[in-house]
Ligand binder design. Sequence first.
Ligand SMILES: [Zn+2]
Length: 155
Amino acid sequence: MIKKILTYPKDKEILTKVSEPVTEFNDKIKELIQDLKDTVQYNGGAGISAIQLGEPLQICVINWAGIHVLVNPSITRSRGEHTMREGCLSVPGLFVDTTRAQKVWVKALDENGNEIEYAEGGNGSYIVQHEMDHFQGKCSLFEEYEKVVANENNK
Ligand SMILES: [Zn+2]
């Protein structure tokens, strides 16, 4: 089901929460994963994390070169560095240049709890790194938003 995406700064309290690993693949988790898929595709986003729907769980969906569900992902290896313009569905209309690893290798579970490896260079790599920041309650666009507000206040 398409769900409402939480936005910054309105939903700051929830969006800055640290997400917990998924321990059981029950119906609630499966429904959440389906909602994440539906919502990211409906909005034409490149990725979404569960916290953006208000659930502090380590689940993200990458909508780049197909739909990839990553549960409890961890980066096992990374290579290179590249700067790219990033946006976030929770901070509409704002973009910021962010420097990240050019390629990452990610160990994760899929939507059925099976171990998978996701290895992506370029856009897929930035997207997964961006989504994993959300698990720490962080997002490059939250920082950018605060900078923009601070600049406005100094005028
Ligand atoms: Zn974001």
